[in-house]
Design a protein around this ligand. Structure first.
Ligand SMILES: Cc1cc2nc3c(=O)[nH]c(=O)nc-3n(C[C@H](O)[C@H](O)[C@H](O)COP(=O)(O)OP(=O)(O)OC[C@H]3O[C@@H](n4cnc5c(N)ncnc54)[C@H](O)[C@@H]3O)c2cc1C
Length: 236
């Protein structure tokens, strides 16, 4: 037999698997090749002495139930699979200098209250900054999130959601540092926002695009962080 495939995906990390399953769901014959022992890549797992450990990713976005940012839920739906998850009530618990001990609660207002408790004089600025992140998120969350390199997708999205697209265009050249300084003066609080950026974009607020921050700083309160029951390797 000489098997033939429409697509061969090399690598069974989350990227390869999502690509493969979406193509298979649309009827393509797909072959996934993996050089390691098990699938999953950086979202895989390993076992030691009866315990299962995540290889890498453990703070999982994309398992929300609503909107368009729940990419993992929708990718699994497309192939009639569901994954039970456990809600993470706190995304990050910061232990920072000057006894800044702060939980980023899933409930937005609770998180704001935690932060405002340390910076009462900046309450208005804090609310304005994080609310600005929501404006970015609301634009993203109103459209299907596909590849920005696909001209037909871009054209269709602009046609369907012109206001959201124009909203995003406004934020494209902006970085988090500039937006934060517009509302916040306290250097300690600006350092905290820097730290918020480092935690997931591994660069400072000045180097973090506002579009990315809008997604992460808001989706953690919208779709939330949800841990797959049985470990991250379950997704693969
Ligand atoms: C320590 C760590 C912590 C992380 N924490 C988080 C987190 O909390 N939240 C989050 O969202 N993200 C996190 N990430 C990032 C996330 O895990 C990765 O972005 C994501 O899993 C990458 O998926 P991928 O499919 O692009 O690549 P990979 O997971 O790298 O998959 C690539 C696959 O291709 C295979 N491969 C490579 N070359 C070949 C070849 N020639 N032939 C066959 N197979 C090949 C590899 O074996 C691998 O299985 C973390 C990553 C790490 C390393």
């Amino acid at each position: 037999m000489n098997p033939s495939f429409d697509v061969i995906v090399i690598g069974s990390g989350i990227g390869g698997l999502v690509t493969a399953t979406q193509l298979a769901a649309k009827g393509a014959q797909v072959l996934v090749l993996e050089s390691y022992l098990i699938p999953g890549g950086s979202s895989g797992y390993f076992e030691r002495q009866g315990y299962r450990f995540d290889v890498g990713a453990s703070m999982i976005f994309g398992f929300g139930e609503k909107g368009t940012t729940n990419l993992l839920t929708r990718a699994l739906d497309a192939v009639n699979v569901s994954q039970e998850t456990i809600i993470d009530p706190v995304q990050i618990h910061y232990h920072l200098p000057n006894e800044l001990d702060l939980k980023v609660e899933r409930v937005y207002e609770k998180f704001l209250q935690n932060l405002i408790a340390y910076f009462r004089h900046e309450e208005t600025g804090i609310r304005r900054f994080y609310d600005e992140c929501w404006k970015v998120f609301n634009c993203l969350n109103s459209m299907d999130l596909l590849s920005l390199e696909e001209p037909r997708y871009l054209l269709r999205t602009f046609w369907q959601h012109p206001l959201s697209c124009l909203g995003l265009v406004k934020y494209l050249p902006q970085n988090v540092g500039d937006v934060a300084r517009r509302y916040i003066k306290d250097p300690e609080l600006l350092k905290f926002i820097d730290m918020e950026c480092y935690c997931w974009s591994v660069v400072s607020a000045d180097m973090t695009p506002m579009i990315n921050a809008g997604m992460v700083f808001s989706d953690r309160h919208y779709g939330g962080v949800n841990y797959p029951k049985g470990g991250v390797g379950q997704i693969a």
